[in-house]
Write a protein that binds this ligand. Structure first.
Ligand SMILES: [Zn+2]
Length: 94
């Protein structure tokens, strides 16, 4: 069991197991979000607390929505956009 929180503690994530690997994505969005991702099916992740989301506005069809705590700004996870789910199936990073 892994439990993670944002800096202020308002957003909490819980997964049953460690990720298979950690991805240090070097795209502009992930670099600026300060993210290192583990990948899970959404059914494997419990998220409590409110997040805000951001999709790249410079992409016609962005694949990911990055979520962050609206209070402290910590990046918490990403979800795939409906368009990406239709193309690739669903996965979630946290
Ligand atoms: Zn917070």
């Amino acid at each position: 069991m892994l439990q993670m929180t944002c800096l202020c503690g308002r957003v909490r994530l819980r997964v049953a197991k460690r990720p298979e690997f950690i991805h240090a994505c070097n795209c502009t969005l992930c670099a600026k979000a300060g993210a290192r991702w583990g990948y899970f099916h959404p059914s494997e992740v419990e998220i409590a607390g409110e997040t805000r989301g951001y999709c790249r506005e410079d992409k016609a069809d962005p694949a990911a929505e990055v979520h962050f705590c609206g209070r402290c700004g910590t990046t918490t996870h990403f979800t795939l956009t409906p368009s990406a789910v239709a193309k690739f199936g669903d996965v979630q990073g946290g």
